[in-house]
Design a protein around this ligand. Structure first.
Ligand SMILES: Nc1ncnc2c1ncn2[C@@H]1O[C@H](COP(=O)(O)OP(=O)(O)OP(=O)(O)O)[C@@H](O)[C@H]1O
Length: 336
């Protein structure tokens, strides 16, 4: 469904007299098979939106090629556009008509009959909790409602390939859960292929069959969430000793499994590959040497650990930043 090779996009900007060049996307290869849901993750400014904009024909690659739904993004851009749905990060610009009329016009542009579009539009309004807003002007909707209307517009023509750029940013937890269900249904009920960018790790974990991580314009990982977690970092094992004077001895034993450990007061922690297998032996050894434990904790790596290891940055920071934007959007919506 998507086959991209060596995609490059360079932005040229000018500040005063100074010209700068940003290689926003720097040689991206990406394959997405029919029916897959792929999560596209990366810190702020990593190149996610720029990649999506090239794949949806809104930006022309400076180098490389991409086929989307079987069509070349440069020479067959019209065919690509007809075959895909795209929900951009910034949302659509509405003409000033009522929401339902916007949806009808958009759906009919894709050659659907009025009856088909109306039926599908009303279904989507219900699923995305927009009932009762069919005749409302988009400018009189809250930020979250407008976001959901963007999503209706992206799905109205029942595309088999859908690009979602941070689809749930700006939604409250209930609307987010509701949209997750809808994204899952896109694949399970309609066989659609989905490429989505997100800052929410739980979203990527819950929805994506495969995760592609981009950093500084390059793909740095591409695997299932479970495999990425297994490859990148072991389980975090934390031992709390009953007698603080034995912390050094406990640390030595954990070190033999973990390599590096961190000590804080009477706890020591380190990452251990396949802790489930290693910990029973560790406990036996601690017992044999008379080191009494107050507690032991084993935490499986999260996608954020993977991210931190790969990019040196935490995706949680990006989440926090995008939550701040959400909060501003909600306030803005409430102020309207
Ligand atoms: N129109 C533009 N002009 C100049 N630079 C741009 C433009 N659009 C994006 N960039 C730069 O390109 C890089 C990649 O941006 P992009 O929006 O693709 O990142 P992203 O991964 O989608 O980030 P975010 O998670 O913040 O949305 C960034 O350094 C950004 O500042």
């Amino acid at each position: 469904m998507i086959e991209a090779r060596g995609l490059v996009h360079v932005f040229h900007t000018k500040q005063g007299k100074e010209k700068t060049e940003v290689r926003a996307v720097d040689g991206v290869d990406l394959d997405v098979a029919e029916g897959e849901v792929v999560g596209f993750l990366g810190p702020n400014g990593a190149g996610k939106t720029t990649t999506l904009r090239m794949l949806t024909t809104l930006l022309t690659p400076n180098e490389g090629t991409a086929k989307v739904a079987g069509y070349d993004v440069v020479t067959q851009s019209e065919d690509v556009r007809r075959s895909i749905g795209y929900v951009s990060q910034t949302g659509g610009v509405f003409s000033g008509a009522r929401a339902g009329d916007e949806v009808m016009d958009h759906g009919m542009l894709y050659g659907r009959t009025k009856a088909e579009v109306e039926k599908r539009g009303k279904e989507l309004f219900e699923q995305l909790q927009l009932d009762g807003l069919w005749t409302r002007m988009p400018r009189n909707m809250s930020g979250g409602q407008k976001r959901r209307l963007d999503i209706v517009m992206g799905l109205i023509h029942e595309p088999t390939l859908v690009f979602l750029d941070e689809p749930t940013t700006g939604l409250d937890p209930q609307a987010r859960a509701n949209l997750w269900e809808h994204i899952s249904d896109l694949r399970s009920k309609r066989g659609a292929t989905v490429l989505l960018t997100t800052h929410y790790l739980d979203e990527a974990d819950a929805l994506a069959d495969r995760i592609v991580v981009i950093d500084q314009g390059r793909i740095v990982a591409n695997d299932t969430s479970a495999n990425l977690k297994a490859q990148v970092s072991g389980d975090l094992v934390t031992l709390e000793v009953a007698d603080a004077t034995r912390i050094g001895a406990a640390a030595d034993q954990l070190k033999s499994l973990a390599g590096e450990v961190e000590i804080a007061a009477n706890t020591v922690s380190g990452r251990v590959a396949r802790a489930g297998r290693a910990v029973p032996g560790l406990l036996r050894e601690l017992d044999r040497t008379g080191i009494e434990l107050e507690s032991i904790e084993v935490v499986r790596p999260t996608l954020d650990d993977v991210f931190l290891t790969l990019t040196g940055r935490s995706l949680r920071d990006a989440e926090a930043a995008s939550d701040a934007v959400d909060a501003a959007a909600v306030e803005e919506g409430a102020a309207r």
